[in-house]
Design a protein around this ligand. Structure first.
Ligand code: CAP
Ligand code: MG
Length: 448
């Protein structure tokens, strides 16, 4: 078939098919992606933008006879704004993808990702490229249910709707190895100390030394026993992260064994796994979204997908709680001090009908560095501690007590050291961990 139409291709002499001006881009009719790109000379980023718009929509490396004018007029993505760094070979680029191009209804996240972060990321002349931000038209946002509980729903479950204090979460430590009995004892101790939630660690699933269903039954029973003494129901998020074809079945088993929450690592299982759980009407418990491994695609400042974008997608996919990083702790470089507020805004800010997500700060936390974390993230934060609870010199219960005391001090605007004078578990925690992760060294970042 020989086309008589002018065919959209990636050749720059036909760039007008794939370029536009900002005033002609309707954000209700286009997905707008912001990229950082870095290209080989003599290519400039705006020329490369044409290549991206073409490859990711209706062009390829040559004109093809199978195309037609309707395709060019309605489906071509368009580069419409760019900002050079030094020279013209790196900088920021905005591309608009017409909504008609995207099958968000059947294809959902896989289709969005294949378009927004697809083939071009490996193009020979584009040395690096990072999807920094995405703005979605209302019609696409409306196709996602988002979180079932979100911030307010979790606060109702936990009983903090009035005081709106930070929540305290415990993570199983060691990462793997405890038997079901040992872990249920540890979580019961943490519950006696005042945690609000507890969760498996992200590499635990159904290892032989701790069969998953037995673990869920035992932890649930232990937390129920604590509730009969304290009146407080702690939420347990066992891990449900598994293969796509097994995840709903596994969720059902965990729920039938008493789980009142579920944890999924959406970076390993995919956004669709999280969405499958959140949009299943029979799953009526909150979802803790872990992101272990995100750094493989987010950490390089010049290549990959930003934390902000993966967090926005996790919100759309239905995360009730989502890891956002820490203001002090064991993970992340200096870029996190800009990244975390942006991410928190993306997961809490207005987004049509989609509920705000509860941010989780995790990784090397101990009570002595709670204030910096609350200052950066806000009081809507779950302070999530593994080592910082189970590593307390007096044991897990004291670790949890110290965490709750630090939260009380923050809520009363009292410096931790002062509050610790009347609260011995906090005092011991502050003495034990001292300035670990509080000050800049090779193991932690602090703002300039
Ligand atoms: C924390 C943690 C979390 C990370 C995730 C861990 O344990 O359970 O997986 O914090 O990081 O295994 O390291 P500790 P992020 O409290 O003992 O450090 O939230 O940045 O995704
Ligand atoms: Mg972990």
């Amino acid at each position: 078939m020989k086309s008589t139409q002018r065919a959209p291709s990636i050749r720059h002499d036909q760039a007008d098919v794939f370029t536009s001006t900002p005033d002609r881009i309707d954000p209700d009719k286009n997905v707008i992606a912001t990229y950082y790109i870095d290209v080989v000379e003599p290519l400039t980023i705006d020329e490369a933008g044409v290549t991206i718009a073409a490859e990711q929509s209706v062009g390829t490396w040559t004109d093809v006879g199978t195309t037609n004018q309707w395709i060019a007029d309605n489906l071509a993505a368009k580069v419409f704004e760019w900002r050079y760094d030094d020279g013209k070979h790196s900088g920021i680029l905005k591309v608009a993808y017409p909504i008609l191009l995207i099958d968000y209804e059947t294809g959902g996240f896989p289709n969005l990702l294949a378009i927004l972060a697809g083939n071009f990321m490996g193009f020979t002349p584009i040395q690096s490229s990072k999807l920094l931000d995405v703005s979605l038209p209302k019609d696409i946002i409306r196709s996602f249910s988002g979180p079932k509980f979100g911030i307010d729903g979790l606060r109702v479950l936990i009983g903090t709707s009035q005081d709106r204090r930070p929540h305290l979460g415990a993570t199983a430590k060691p990462k793997v190895g405890l038997t079901a009995d040992e872990l249920s004892q540890a979580f019961a101790e943490a519950a006696m100390g005042g945690i609000d939630t507890c969760k498996d660690d992200e590499t635990m699933l159904n290892q032989k030394f701790s069969p998953l269903l037995e673990r869920v039954s035992k932890v649930t029973e232990a937390l129920d026993r604590v509730k009969s003494q304290t009146g407080k129901q702690v939420i347990y998020f066992p891990q449900v992260t598994t293969e796509a074809h097994k995840i709903l079945d596994l969720a059902e088993k965990l729920l039938s064994h008493g789980a009142n929450g579920l944890m999924v690592n959406f970076m390993a299982a995919g956004f669709s796994a999280l969405r499958a759980l959140s949009e299943d009407p029979s799953i009526k418990v909150p979802l803790h979204a872990h992101r272990a491994g995100h750094a493989a695609i987010t950490r390089n400042p010049k290549h990959g997908i930003s934390v902000k974008v993966i967090s926005l997608f996790a919100r759309l996919a239905g995360a009730d709680l989502l890891h956002v990083g820490t203001a002090r702790g064991k993970l992340g470089g200096k870029e996190k001090f800009a990244e975390i507020p942006e991410t928190v805004a993306a997961i809490k800010g207005p987004l049509e009908h989609v509920k705000p997500v509860f941010p989780v700060a995790s990784g090397g936390l101990h009570p002595g560095i709670f204030p910096q974390n609350v200052e950066l993230i806000g009081k809507d934060v779950q302070l999530q501690l593994g080592g910082g609870i189970h590593g307390h010199p007096w044991g897990t219960r004291s670790g949890a007590l110290a965490g709750r005391q630090a939260i009380d001090a923050i809520m009363q605007n009292v410096p931790l050291e002062e509050y610790a004078r009347g609260h011995k578990e906090l005092k011991v925690a502050l003495e034990h961990w001292g300035e670990q992760y509080a000050k800049a060294d090779v193991f932690t970042a602090v703002p300039d």
